[in-house]
Design a protein around this ligand. Sequence first.
Ligand code: PEP
Ligand code: MN
Length: 350
Amino acid sequence: MNDLHPLFPADAAAHPRFIVGPCSAETEEQTLATARRLAAEGFTLFRAGLWKPRTRPGGFEGVGAAGLAWLDRVRRETGMLVATEVATRDHVRAVLDAGIDLVWIGARTAGDPFAMQELADALAGHDLPVLVKNPASPDLELWIGALQRLYNAGLRRLGAIHRGFATLDGGAYRNPPLWALPIELRRRLPQLPLLCDPSHIGGRRDLVASLARQALDLGFDGLVVEAHCAPDEAWSDSAQQLSPAELGALVRTLVVRCDGTGAAPLAALRERIDRTDDELLALLARRMEIVREIGEMKRREGLPVLQTGRYGELLDRLTARAAGLGLHADFVRRFMQLVHEEAVRQQIER
Ligand code: PEP
Ligand code: MN
């Protein structure tokens, strides 16, 4: 995927890019009122879900094709580009007829290869920007596969939206971010625009700002954020939506942070990181040398490779030291587990 086109013709100037609007278009009044207030805050890209895939039946499932005319009105009255979610070939036909500017594919659809292929076939031959949310399960290959189906259908204005992952224990988050996955996506597909949806990650409006900042600090190209003219009364995802004014204020603080990053200090810090990584690697290599020596000794003495008591003590000792060093005990444990796994491999594979 190294011949992608910009999502929008005039994309270059607008970085980072924000796609904002309500989770769902509920009524024409709510859609227009939200859009007008977002336009007044300076936003240029409006989102609103018309077809809402709900986990369980009975929730608000969207107004469907009736809302297309509302989005058209948003575009004519505010000048914003408009975006909505598609999940079936009928949705695609309807948005193409209505001249919607951008579509996204939701988490529940992106994880279904049959649905993705149906969408790719329906979109083939149309030069529409398409953003693919990550599947709810933390499966990078499935996410890339969904993008690949669109690419193979000839679509070139593609992007990805990171919206967090369904995990057994999300802590404070509705869908914990598992940042390593979108970072790996960026490494694998460096040309692909990568946006973050802090609303669906956080699931609570008080978590949105810090997640948005983290995403931009990590180099995401833009954000998809839910905003509603009366968030508490929203028919879907009311806990996570911001008012247009709150979102405008948040984005102004983000822009200040982006502008404050000078290239020279950054390069100097990266150089220090590189040197530290070199040291880290040299230390690991030294540790493995000792491990191999111990391996030889165990072999000579007829001792087993794995001595679980010793391994447990090592983990306890190092995780206890973690906090004092400003490290998470859990990180130290996972890191040492990896190191130990490699040490055992080196001892049994010789
Ligand atoms: C949405 O963007 O409103 C939505 C339904 O998101 P997701 O597919 O990420 O759950
Ligand atoms: Mn939503």
